[in-house]
Design a protein around this ligand. Structure first.
Ligand code: NDP
Length: 296
């Protein structure tokens, strides 16, 4: 039987609507959560992404402060900007769009962000809190992926989970979130022996590889929940010369024949990332002020 297609677009839209409701509930107490986004240089993909974040932040009834800097910006300038945003009581969340130009040490900039405003969840304090089970601001893509998993499988205790990829922004935090859900977690990577065999153990299979269609249909255990984090642009000669299309890290048409549920690309994990960013901004605004935190 073909898999249920997990509609990330619809689930993200519901989350954004909930964020909007909760932001409106804060308004009478004079609180309008605000997200500051720092963009350095003119990377077209980053520009599109930042524009979309700003628009969705405003649509959720929150404020968006954009700080664009030229590609020639120095590390010192960026650290000073982050310092000002840390000190600004109007700012609840700070996001520094990656990648940064080569003269800037991205890790140093990320570590300069106040952990209470670190809505990307990349600061070592939040990484440590997630690992130790303390309240953390959690990275948006893995958090969104977990929400998609829960939409089809609310109770994950005891499930075998395999995460393919061990990056700091997706694979590792995804594994931590699944451990917190009481899954038995395996993390696979480029040095894993017998990737197909490891994947076939998974009740929950998360692919964050960054290589198109690496996970084939015969890697998937029948009935598994498959979450495809990958976003890869590949040539699409069928649509015409020079045309491209987006594909995930999972061979979707093969995997959907075996999986119980699967996310498409696009329209799966992608929309959840910004929705979770809005969620984190709202949560940060509540925590900073000692207000009750909404369940989102
Ligand atoms: P990275 O390149 O940082 O990490 C990729 C991981 O995959 C590494 O751990 C690497 O192993 C592993 N890997 C690479 N090749 C293989 C292989 N053949 N077999 C097994 N493992 C392999 O990528 P990210 O984690 O940043 O991103 C992963 C994907 O998710 C990308 O397609 C990216 O575009 C997408 N993405 C999507 C987002 C969204 O909003 N939907 C947000 C962020 C990312 P090793 O560590 O050994 O090198």
């Amino acid at each position: 039987m073909a898999a249920t297609i997990i509609d990330g677009k619809a689930i993200a839209e519901r989350l954004r609507a909930r964020v909007r409701e909760e932001a409106a509930r804060l308004a009478p107490s004079g609180v309008t959560p605000a997200l500051a986004v720092v963009l350095v240089g003119e990377n077209p993909a980053s520009q599109v992404y930042v524009k979309s974040k700003s628009r969705q932040t405003l649509e959720a009834g929150m404020r968006s402060f954009d700080h664009a800097r030229p590609a020639s910006a120095t590390q010192q300038e960026l650290l000073e900007l982050v310092g000002r945003l840390n000190a600004d009581p109007e700012v609840d969340g700070i996001l520094v769009q990656l990648p940064l130009p080569p003269q800037i040490d991205a890790q140093r900039v990320l570590e300069a962000i106040d952990p209470a405003k670190d809505v990307d969840g990349f600061h070592p304090v939040n990484v440590g809190r997630l690992a130790t089970g303390a309240p953390a601001l959690m990275p948006c893509t893995p958090l969104g992926s977990l929400m998609l998993i829960r939409s089809v499988r609310p109770d994950l205790a005891g499930a075998e989970a395999v995460v393919v990829g061990r990056s700091n922004i997706v694979g590792k935090p995804m594994a931590q979130l699944l451990i917190a859900e009481s899954c038995t977690v395996t993390v696979a990577h480029s040095r894993t022996r017998d990737l197909p065999g490891v994947c076939r153990r998974a009740d929950i299979l998360v692919a964050a590889v960054g290589r198109p269609e690496t996970i084939r249909g015969d890697f998937v255990k029948p009935g598994a929940v498959v979450i495809d984090v990958g976003i890869n642009r590949v040539p699409n000669p069928a649509a015409g010369e020079g045309k491209t299309k987006l594909v995930g890290d999972v061979a979707f048409e093969e995997a959907r024949e075996v999986a119980g549920a699967i996310t498409p690309v696009p329209g799966g994990v992608g929309p959840m990332t910004i929705a979770c960013l809005l969620r984190n901004t709202l949560v940060a605004a509540c925590r900073r002020r000692g207000l009750p935190e909404p369940e989102l």
